[in-house]
Design a protein around this ligand. Sequence first.
Ligand code: MG
Length: 397
Amino acid sequence: MSTSNTISILGSTGSVGCSTLAVIDENPQYKIYALSANNNTDLLHAQCLKYKPRYAVVADEQAFPKMKALLAQSDIDTELLTGENALSKIASDEHVDTVMAAIVGAAGLESTLAAVSSGKRVLLANKEALVMTGDLLKAAARSSGAALLPIDSEHNAIFQCLPHSDTCLSKEQFSFVEKVVLTASGGPFLNTPSDEFEQISPDQACRHPKWSMGRKISVDSATMMNKGLEFIEACHLFELEPERVEVVIHPQSIIHSMVYYRDGSVLAQMANPDMRIPIASGLAWPQRINSGASPLDLISQESLQFLEPDLIKFPCLRLGIEAAQQGGTAPAILNAANEIAVAAFLDRKVSFPQIPLIIEAVRSQIPCEAAVSLAIIRDVDQQARILSNELILKDFS
Ligand code: MG
């Protein structure tokens, strides 16, 4: 076994965080060093009792007193920290080998960068960090020697189908790779007529047919923005021009993505749709460990289908592809506007079809520039959030 067995989980109470702990339950050679939550103190406390980490972090400072009280009643030595600096501390601590970056949204940016800059083995489940600051993250990984391993199931599949490497970034520009194909389930509304989109409720949007996930990413799957963000992610991770990335609808979610080679060979990674599989792959890479997921039963499968995506019905996918083509701060603007629009939809302030309209309006009003520093990206992220909220109040309610 390698020595990279001591782990911090950024976002341990979310869907990916809980799946990571489930994989670790199967593999006691891994040790939990730190766990973090935004404000889900009850679950974080239960996790602390079970894993006895050195540190627990509540990112939301208002949750600190309650968590402090919960820990005080328990007979464990876990030290409680709070705030964004605390997240960066557990991401870069010298005792940590591996960091699972599983905080959803721009909130996970700083701590993911801290893990990468300190040369950790970083399991990247926070797609927004890569979408917003892909170039900066890669530059930081190159100078620190951090290994970046994609956990998003599609990118993990592509990584597994490419020639062997210990990190995404040591992959040369593969002239023999023709293109990569990202598969998309199509989400819960693949076959819903678009004139019914107006009536879609948050709960309907969160009911994904194949994957069980948090609410934000479930809405992203329903709008297909998730695939738009993954398109940007793929361009960054594998150094591919947007022309060499394609999206295909595959409703069964059995093939998680494919690599087309120059000689006509196509390599695909198949598995049940279960996040424990890419997580186990990332934790042990290049070895293999048990994930606890059930094996794929091909005989009982319905047939596998592949369809062209409908960019008119799902404009968020088009917006994602366009942001990848534009580059610079365009993906950060897209991501910020999307986070605000999705939150407003979940709060029932805007309708489902208004999500892409808000994003498009924000995009047309904020000029795209080169994403050369974290300050520029932070600034554009703030501008896009403020403008999105203004537009929602003024034009979309
Ligand atoms: Mg995915």
